[in-house]
Design a protein around this ligand. Structure first.
Ligand code: FAD
Ligand code: NAI
Length: 465
């Protein structure tokens, strides 16, 4: 006798992992529910992550251009000013439109939205705010939350000690913003407030910023951000701190840093932790690794075979598009198809100005792996579009296998790097050699020609440098 369930699939969490999985599963004919505890759909990414961060990045960059760059182009704007509350409204409008859009997509695709917080009661049963819901399969897509500094040092209070969420909702521009952690969030939001006039000081534990990126690119980024006015204390640890009603004080330990730093706000951007509290995973025997991430096999199944997990709550980069691909992968496998996911070709973008983008291996990775490689670089200074636009900072770096010329990694810092990287992603997905990209016609004058030239440099010689 087959058990009958309320749903074929119930997805817990409506972030980019969860909502995409739910839509795909419904499209494949599965009767699907998506449970979300937040009042709006879309998870971290749409509500308090990617989207508000990019809205503020864009608004503040426009203002910085009006202040610093317009004149070079012969545009005279007298005394540019900004209205922070209007910037925040523009951000909220983008968030509201997109989060509501998920509701419409659910209706269109017949996904049932179940509001509330889910807790497992059994392998086929959850409780959502006291109500029972059964399903043949589950996907845990509960995402992540901002991590605090270890040892209870300076807990996030969203008053003076901010997470990314608080740092995107300030009603005033900090005079002095202390950014703890020189990773993606710190770099993006530090840039946002720096453009509006904050003095921004980074304290980073490692001897470098942007830890996952190629070192040469990270060092170039640091120089550019320093030119924009930001300051960095590397190899420096926050060992203590206190917040008062109008400021924050940090105690530091580092080679070239002061022992204390004071600011009116601190942003704690030291990583995010997987969100598994209250799911009752222990009760079901679902295991977690040392970092608290749910353990899954290569089918993304947890220790309980009909319960899958995807996105920030499992291993791998904490990126929206990675979560989405995993959602599609599980939905297609459950829907009778054959899912595909290539972890070797997941792009990563840092939305500073200029942008930083990467795919594949860094030079440091290849050295560690003892892989012999050719390296081709090309500066935007020698790219005609960049010259015409007066956006010449940065370069493209292509790493290709010494024997086969197959592209192993592409790293870009420069104008529209986040869009340009897709050429490298597609190249890597189809196992292109650097010569393949170099022999492909690129539209002139385009920033993309810098990729063609870097590829030429990797297997032969560039033309324009
Ligand atoms: P989430 O988006 O975190 O969604 C999980 C959802 O599950 C949440 O809505 C939560 O409320 C819900 N939930 C949790 N527990 C339960 C429960 N028990 N019952 C019901 N619901 C529950 N990534 C990029 O790729 N590009 C970017 O530009 C980018 N910018 C970012 C900027 C910031 C400031 C931050 C913080 C993150 C950014 N990220 C970016 C990362 C990106 O937001 C995450 O990788 C992505 O949201 C992960 O998706 P997810 O579906 O795994 O989880
Ligand atoms: P992160 O992992 O990118 O960077 C954290 C940094 O903090 C590291 O460099 C680490 O060395 C440093 N650090 C840790 N403890 C410290 C301490 N005690 N003192 C000083 N420095 C310390 O984490 P972040 O920036 O919080 O972002 C979290 C996640 O969100 C990232 O993994 C990223 O995947 C995702 N994200 C992605 C974005 C994008 O794709 N554009 C934008 C924003 C976030």
């Amino acid at each position: 006798k087959f058990a009958s369930f309320d749903y074929d699939l119930a997805v817990i969490g409506s972030g980019p992992g969860g909502y995409v999985a739910a839509i795909k599963a419904a499209q494949l004919g599965l009767n699907t529910a998506c449970i979300e505890k937040r009042a709006t759909l879309g998870g971290t990414c749409l509500n308090v992550g990617c989207i508000p961060a990019k809205s503020l990045a864009n608004s503040t960059h426009k203002y910085a251009e009006a202040c610093k760059d317009f004149q070079k182009h012969g545009i005279i704007v007298e005394n540019p000013r900004f209205d922070l509350s209007q910037m925040m409204k523009a951000k909220q409008k983008a968030v509201d439109g997109l989060t509501k859009g998920i509701g419409s997509l659910f209706k269109k695709n017949k996904v049932t939205h179940v509001p509330g917080t889910a807790t497992f009661k059994g392998a086929n049963e959850i409780e959502v705010d006291g109500k029972k819901l059964t399903a043949k399969n589950f996907i845990i897509a509960t995402g992540s939350e901002p991590a605090n500094l270890p040892g209870g040092i300076l807990p996030i209070d969203e008053n003076r000690v901010l997470s990314s969420t608080g740092a995107m909702q300030l009603a005033e521009v900090p005079k002095k913003l202390l950014v703890i952690g020189g990773g993606v969030i710190g770099l993006e939001l530090g840039s946002v407030w720096s453009r509006l006039g904050s003095e921004v000081i980074f304290v980073e534990f490692f001897n470098r910023i942007a830890a996952g990126n190629d070192l040469e690119v990270a060092q170039a980024l640091q120089k550019i951000l320093e030119k924009q006015g930001m300051k960095f204390y590397l190899s420096t640890k926050v060992v203590g701190g206190e917040s008062t009603s109008n400021g924050v004080k940090l105690n530091l330990e580092g080679t070239n840093s002061p022992t204390t730093l004071e600011g009116d706000y601190a942003l704690v951007s030291v990583g995010r932790r997987p969100n598994t509290i209250g799911l009752n995973l222990e009760g079901l025997g679902i295991t977690k690794d040392k970092q608290g991430r749910i353990e899954v096999n290569d089918q993304l199944q947890t220790a309980v075979k009909n319960i899958y997990a995807i996105g920030d709550v499992i291993k791998g980069p904490m990126l929206a598009h990675k979560a989405e691909e995993e959602g599609i992968f599980v939905a297609e496998n459950l829907g009778g198809g054959k899912g595909h996911i290539n972890y070797e070709a997941i792009p990563g973008v840092i939305y500073t100005h200029p942008e930083v983008a990467m795919v594949g291996k860094t030079e440091e990775n290849l050295k560690e792996m003892n892989v012999e490689y050719n390296k081709g670089t090309f500066p935007f200074m020698a790219n005609s579009r960049a010259r015409a636009n007066n956006e010449t900072e940065g370069f493209v770096k292509v790493l290709a296998d010494k024997k086969t010329d197959r592209i192993l990694g592409i790293h870009i810092i420069g104008p529209t790097a986040g869009e340009l990287i897709m050429e490298g992603v597609i190249g890597m997905e189809y196992k292109a050699a650097s010569e393949d990209l170099a022999r492909t016609t690129h539209a002139h004058p385009g920033f993309c020609e810098a990729i063609k030239e870097a590829c030429l440099a990797a297997f032969s010689k560039p033309i324009h440098f």
